[in-house]
Design a protein around this ligand. Structure first.
Ligand code: MUC
Ligand code: MG
Length: 377
């Protein structure tokens, strides 16, 4: 009989360089720190999860350093000695010890799903209900880049992995200049690849209402097809106004960090799409609840990313392949932004899609030598 008792929970910070700087609204990342959490059972079965935020605490207030403290000191002691088939009960009990800290909780939620699935010899997708799809479309995100550089990168990604949708980060510069840059790029692409490329933008909540209402119509006229979180997370009235005035679908990201947030967005009619990140939502179980709310209200969900590495991305690929409500594709490109992977095998990207990895658990295994190489002293 398999002994599913959790014997050990450990974590380490990996610092992995990016293939190029990734410019966000308020910071530029040149490496991605990843908190790699490992759960080991009494039978020696190991499972892994990632604690990752997009480039640092600017996005949601957590960082790999805060997550490591929360995991090691507060979450691990609740988990050790419990059985993996009590996962729901463990996640409930973690709430009694730590409020919020959802990125940290996601790391342990995924590590427990991985270890439990490996102990049973099944893919994580089966613990989430089983197969809905075997692959998902992947949008490529460009940081804040000048027009020519952006066009070159898009060309390379279209001809390489075969992406046909691109997300452009905004919010870093002067809104008028930022808008002109993106509008020009969107028009240039429409001329270059007639009808074949979808352009979305993500302002990471950095514009106020007036700025958004002034500039988003220009981006709508240029052909931008989705506005991701143009304005602050709490201001659902403005998100609703943007949808109504521009007619372009709005995707809520920073506004939705829990199932309750999703309900608030539904009730406020504030968005048409919800960015579902298994990281920001606190793991796979909280993500299931979030999609259930959105889907019931007729909203689409997008398999979004916090620039996770291979293990974290694999978790979101299993999620996207088990949950019908992830109907608006994904942006699960994180591993391709890393200069090198830390796993023995890679996720497979082709024709603009990522495919569910075969094998038990998440389907990927860390390479112990690479993990040691990238581990922060
Ligand atoms: C975000 O805000 O969506 C996802 C892709 C990217 O470039 O930033 C992340 C986080
Ligand atoms: Mg976003």
């Amino acid at each position: 009989m398999t002994n599913l008792t959790i014997e050990r929970v450990t974590s380490r910070i990996l610092d992995i360089p990016l293939i190029r700087p990734h410019g966000f609204a308020t910071t530029t990342a040149t490496a991605q720190p990843i908190l790699l959490v490992e759960v080991t059972t009494a039978d020696g079965v190991r499972g892994w999860g990632e604690g990752v935020v997009p480039g640092g605490p600017w996005w949601g207030g957590e960082s790999v350093e805060t997550m490591k403290a929360i995991v090691d000191r507060y979450l691990a002691p609740v988990m050790v000695g419990r059985r993996l088939d009590e996962l729901a009960g463990i996640m409930r009990d973690l709430e009694k010890v730590v409020a919020n800290a959802r990125f940290a909780k996601a790391a342990v939620d995924v590590a427990m799903h991985d270890a439990w699935a490996r102990a049973l010899g099944i893919p994580v997708r089966d613990l989430l209900g089983g197969a809905v799809r075997d692959s998902v479309d992947v949008t490529w995100a460009l940081g804040v880049l000048p027009l020519e550089t952006a066009l070159e990168e898009i060309d390379e990604r279209m001809n390489g992995v075969g992406h046909r949708s691109f997300k452009l980060k905004m919010g870093a510069g002067d809104p008028a200049e930022d808008t002109a840059r993106v509008a020009e790029l969107t028009r240039a692409l429409a001329d270059k690849v007639p009808g074949g490329v979808s352009i979305r933008i993500d302002v990471n909540a950095r514009w106020d209402r007036l700025t958004a209402l002034r500039h988003l119509p220009t981006l709508a006229d240029a052909g931008v097809q989705l506005f991701e979180q143009p304005t602050p997370a709490h201001d659902l009235a403005t998100l609703r106004e943007i949808t109504r005035r521009t007619g372009v679908p709005v995707m809520a990201d920073e506004s939705v960090c829990s199932p309750a947030d999703a309900l608030a967005v539904v009730q406020a009619e504030a968005a048409d799409v919800i960015a579902v990140k298994t990281t920001k939502l606190g793991g796979l179980r909280e993500s299931l609840k979030t999609v259930a709310i959105a889907e019931t209200a007729g909203l689409a969900c997008h398999g979004a990313t916090s620039l996770e590495g291979p293990i974290g991305t694999a978790a979101s690929v299993h999620f996207a392949c088990a949950v019908e409500g992830i109907s608006y594709g994904s942006e699960l490109f994180g591993p391709m932004l890393l200069k090198e992977t830390y796993t023995q095998t890679d996720l497979e990207y082709a024709d603009g899609r990522v495919t569910l990895p075969e094998g038990p658990g998440l389907g990927l295994l860390p390479d112990d030598d690479k993990v040691a190489f990238y581990t922060r002293d």
